[in-house]
Every structure is written in C-alpha cells, then in structure tokens.
Design a protein around this ligand. Structure first.
Ligand code: 13P
Length: 287
C-alpha cells in the first residue's frame, strides 16, 4: 500500500522504533525489500537517489514499477516511495511522477536559500498529500555524486527548518554515507540530543546507516531518530553473494547462467539484510 511517510514516522517516533529507508536500484532490490517488509509486517520506505532514478531510466519508470509491483505482490504494509537527497528540480520531477514522499536536500545552500526553497516545496508537497524531509548539516561522504563534508547540524537551524512544516528532518551528527573509515569518531549524541530538544516531536532521520554499531543505532532511536537510511550495506551483501555464486562455478552448471538463477543469491542476501535491520530498528509487526 503506497502512502506518504508522515504517519508511519510519527508512530515510530512515539513508539520509540525506527522505519528503515532502503535504497532501490532495480527490480530485484525493489522486490526483495517489498517482500521482506510484508513478511516482517513492517512499514518501509523505498529510497531512490537521483542517480538510481536516472539508471532506471527516470522517476516515471520507477514510480510505475513500484506501484505495479506493490499491487501484484499484494503488499498490504505501508510503503512510501521517497526521493533521497533530492535537488529542487528532482523534487518537482518526483512529485509529477507520483512519488509519495520527497527529500529536499538544501543543506549545501546558505540557510536563507534552504529556508526559501524548503518552504515552497513543503507547500506543494502537502497540497498533494506527499511527505517531505529536509536536511541541515551535510551528511559526510559521497552518495551517487552527492558529496557532503560531514558537519554536525546547528540545533537552531534545525528548529528553523523544522518550523517550516517539514515532516521529518535529517540532521548531520557525524554520520557518513558509505563504509565508515577506521578512524571514525562515532555519532555525536551531544548534537543529536541538542537537535532533539530543539525540534520537539519531529521524527529525526539518520542517514549513512551502513556500518553504524547496533548500540549506537539503539541510542539514536532513544533520542528521536525514527527513520534510518541504509544503502551501501545491501549493495555489499548483494555483491558478495553474487561473487560467491560465480566463484563456486554455479553459473557454469546447467542453466546456472540464467539471470533469474544468477541474481537469486544476491536477492536472498538483500532480504536477509533488510530483515536484520527491521529487527534491529524495532519496526517488525508495526505495520
Ligand atoms: P549508506 O549507504 O551509508 O547506508 O547511507 C544511505 C543513506 O543515507 C541514503 O541517503
């Protein structure tokens, strides 16, 4: 069931658990995540970066595929189709394509410009029943060409953006996209606490979910995080499982080269990873 992410995240915030945003890249990714959410009776957010949207030939294709798949698989748990780190133009394209949620990442603009553009997009999104996420304090690392310095968010700026009526807010707290470096100092809970105190009941978003230790995830949820984004970890387990299949020579046995067989171990690996995260985030049986 395709819905905006507002209600599922408000419930998560109140119930002290988090809903996973898992980024999709193709049909296998989408099917694996939808089926796992249904099996776990968990709400879920399908994240689409601008790069992944382009790879799948555009947001219209993504939207049509997700809607059709949601119906044909008989998915009854709440599913939000969400633009990840959207540009201003990207947000309008996804609104037109029928996404149910958008993220406007204005974190690289001066705060006045971030405020002006976010205000406009909040109004448009809400008129059409979509949810909207904004970001303050860039998330470090690189994701599909979006590069961030990884600074911690200023709680006053978070309040300023939260007050514009966004539905959930990503605040940089030392989190980084991709695999964390050996010398990573961990999440800044001091920043998270200050942001949480500044924004009231606003569900907070933790980007860069890959590789954050379980105890830090649990603590972040206790401090208001209600949405956790995971991308790289699914890519890593998919690649490992596919390599294992090929290195074992299975593609050379019978019709093992059939893509439906070749991609099956990676598909199953994504399912197992998504289930593990839903259990850790506490969203199982919360649909
Ligand atoms: P990871 O790739 O580090 O899991 O980050 C995902 C993310 O934050 C998507 O916006």
């Amino acid at each position: 069931m395709l819905v905006s992410a507002t209600e599922m995240l408000q419930k998560a915030r109140a119930g002290k658990y988090a809903v996973g945003q898992f980024n999709i890249n193709n049909l296998e990714w989408t099917k694996a995540i939808l089926l796992t959410a249904q099996e776990c009776n968990s709400p879920v957010i399908l994240g689409v970066s601008e790069g992944a949207g382009k790879y799948m030939t555009g947001f219209e294709t993504v939207s049509a595929m997700v809607k059709a798949m949601d119906e044909s698989l008989g998915i009854t748990v709440p599913v939000a189709l969400h633009l990840d780190h959207g540009s201003y133009d990207g947000c309008y394209k996804c609104i037109k394509a029928g996404f149910t949620s958008i993220m406007f990442d204005g974190s690289h603009f001066p705060i006045e410009e971030n405020v002006a553009k976010t205000t406009e997009l909040v109004n448009v999104a809400h008129q059409l029943g979509l949810s909207i996420e904004a970001e303050v304090g860039a998330i470090g690392g690189e994701e599909d060409g979006v590069v961030g310095k990884g600074e911690c968010a200023d709680p006053n700026e978070c309040k300023q953006i939260a007050d514009l009526g966004v539905d959930f807010l990503a605040a940089g707290i030392g989190n980084i996209h991709g695999v964390y470096p050996e010398n990573w100092e961990g999440l800044s809970f001091e920043t998270l606490e200050a942001v949480n105190n500044a924004v009231g009941e606003m569900p907070l978003v933790l980007h860069g979910g890959t590789g954050i230790p379980d105890d830090m995830i649990t603590k972040a949820i206790s401090l208001g995080v209600a949405k956790i984004n995971v991308n790289t970890e699914c890519q890593l387990v998919f690649a490992d499982a596919t390599r294992g299949y090929i290195e074992a020579g299975k593609d050379k046995q019978g019709k093992g080269f059939d893509p439906r067989k070749l991609l099956a171990p990676g598909f199953e690996a994504i399912k197992a990873k998504v289930k593990e995260k839903m259990e850790l985030f506490g969203s199982v049986d919360k649909a």
